[in-house]
Ligand binder design. Structure first.
Ligand code: 5RP
Length: 223
């Protein structure tokens, strides 16, 4: 199974988690796009979706799925999204596609987070993938200096403005042995909007595609 077959397989497997008649949260990226395409094929099964980014909203809308603002829903039973790295404890690095802030907010509202990825994303320790940090443009210099004090090597993601009008710094060299603590420490820097560590609120289930098919990590079964 190559990467694109793996993404398709986990997208199909995630459909099993979609409750009948629900409003669900939908992530961003190539794997999330596979999930959206599967969702479109069963669109009468859901009432609507909440998108984690503008790109996801337009893909959902063009497939005939109603898109609601997050502020118009109280809770979401399910959020499905990809990851750049995920550990066996279901901590993740996300934000390779630049949508980390929307993703973190929608994930925070969801009861269950199902992460879908090919199994090359599974790592023992996070950090080979540079950690995306979304920051307010005027704070760039300050945020870079503070990230360096934490041991990181920030690099501006050239030519990228987020859905929120901000910049992204991709930070290499971090020691992420305590992801929950590091997530909180980076979020404390003035000018940081959020960072791509999803550890405080990690995934509940990971569906990872590879040669042996789809492997599930985490406790929840599809209903
Ligand atoms: C976007 C994300 C994506 O979930 C992450 O980058 C994985 O993307 P892909 O499925 O394309 O590998 O966090 O901000």
């Amino acid at each position: 199974m190559d990467n694109s077959e793996a993404k398709l397989a986990v997208a199909k497997a995630a459909i099993e988690y979609v409750p009948e008649g629900a409003i669900i949260g939908v992530g961003t990226g190539t794997t999330a796009n596979c999930f959206i395409d599967e969702l479109i094929s069963v669109r009468s099964r859901i009432e609507a979706a909440v998108a984690s980014s503008e790109a996801t909203a337009s893909r959902l809308l063009s497939g005939g799925i109603r898109v609601l603002e997050l502020n118009d829903v109280d809770c979401l039973p399910l959020y499905v999204d990809g990851a750049d790295e995920i550990t066996p404890r279901l901590h993740m690095i996300k934000g390779g596609g630049g949508a980390l802030t929307g993703e973190k907010i929608v994930a925070a509202v969801a009861r269950t987070f199902v992460c879908i990825a090919d199994d090359s994303k599974l790592v023992d320790v996070l950090g080979s993938f540079p950690l995306p940090v979304e920051a307010i443009p005027m704070a760039r210099g300050h945020v870079e200096r503070e990230l360096m004090r934490l041991g990181g090597r920030p690099r501006l993601r050239e030519g990228v403005t987020t859905d929120n009008g901000n910049i992204i710094l991709d930070v290499g060299g971090l020691n992420i042995s305590s992801p929950i603590e590091l997530e909180a420490a980076i979020n404390q820097i003035a000018g940081v909007v959020t960072n791509g560590l999803f550890a405080r609120r990690g995934a509940d289930v990971a569906l990872l595609g590879g040669v042996g098919g789809v492997k599930k990590l985490g406790g929840l079964s599809a209903e």
